[in-house]
Design a protein around this ligand. Structure first.
Ligand code: SAM
Length: 207
C-alpha cells in the first residue's frame, strides 16, 4: 500500500476533528463549503425559491447543491453555476465551464442568464503560490471580476456575496460598494476555519 505523506496525515486528522467535515460526510453534502453558504443565507436571508442566481467558482459543488435545494425552476428560479473546472452538476442547475478572465465570459453568460439576477455569489479562489502579495492581488482580481458581474447583471434590490482574503484591497472594496449597495459588510461564517484569512464581502440591496 502507498505510504501517506506527513501533510496528508495532518489533513486526515484535521478532517476527523472538524465538525463541519464530519457533518458534511454524514449528510452526503460533500463539503464544509455548503455550511458556509447555509450560514450566510440564514444570517442575511439571501436565497429564495424564485430567485435567479449566478454562482462563480462553483466546483466541486457544495454551494451548488445547497442552491439546487433552495431555488425552484418550477417557481421561476434559475441557478447558473460557473467554474473553470468540471464538476457533477445537480439537477435543475445550468453549468458553464469557463474561466472568468476569458473575453468570451460576458457573451456566454448573457446568453445563459437571459435577464437580470437577484443574487451573485462568488467563492472563487486563486491557486495559492505562497507569495503573499501575489496571492492577495490574484484574489482581489477575482473579487473585482465577480463584482463587475454583479454590477452588470444584478437587478435593483439584488445582493452580492464574494469570498476574499483579509489584506490589501478589502477596505477599498467595502468603501466602493457602499456607493452602489444599501448595506455592505464583511462576514465570517462559523464554518469558515478560524485560522484562515477568508472572509465574505456581503453587499445587500443593489441600488
Ligand atoms: C474554494 S473553491 C469553490 C468551492 C465551492 N463553492 C463549493 O462549495 O464546492 C474555488 C473555485 O474557484 C474556481 N476558480 C478560480 N479561479 C477561477 C476563474 N478564473 N474562473 C472560474 N473559476 C475559477 C476554482 O476552479 C475552484 O473550483
Amino acid at each position: 500500500m502507498a505510504k501517506r505523506s506527513k501533510s496528508s496525515h495532518r489533513w486526515v486528522a484535521r478532517q476527523r476533528r472538524d465538525p463541519y467535515a464530519r457533518l458534511a460526510a454524514a449528510d452526503g453534502l460533500g463539503s464544509r463549503a455548503h455550511f458556509k453558504l447555509e450560514q450566510l443565507d440564514r444570517r442575511f436571508g439571501l436565497i429564495g425559491p424564485s430567485m435567479r442566481v449566478l454562482e462563480l467558482g462553483a466546483a466541486p459543488g457544495g454551494w451548488t447543491r445547497y442552491l439546487a435545494r433552495r431555488v425552484s425552476p418550477a417557481k421561476g428560479g434559475r441557478v447558473v453555476a460557473v467554474d473553470v473546472r468540471v464538476m457533477d452538476v445537480p439537477a435543475g442547475v445550468r453549468f458553464i465551464q469557463q474561466d472568468i478572465h476569458d473575453d468570451s465570459f460576458v457573451a456566454r453568460l448573457d446568453a445563459a442568464l437571459g435577464g437580470g439576477l437577484q443574487l451573485v455569489l462568488s467563492d472563487m479562489a486563486p491557486n495559492i503560490s505562497g507569495v503573499k502579495a501575489a496571492d492577495q492581488a490574484a484574489s482581489m482580481a477575482l473579487v473585482n471580476l465577480a463584482t463587475d458581474a454583479a454590477l452588470r447583471w444584478l437587478n435593483p434590490g439584488g445582493h452580492l456575496v464574494v469570498k476574499m482574503f483579509q489584506g490589501g484591497g478589502v477596505d477599498d472594496w467595502v468603501r466602493e460598494r457602499r456607493a452602489e449597495f444599501e448595506k455592505v459588510l464583511l462576514a465570517k461564517p462559523d464554518a469558515s476555519r478560524s485560522g484562515s484569512r477568508e472572509v465574505y464581502g456581503v453587499a445587500l440591496d443593489f441600488r
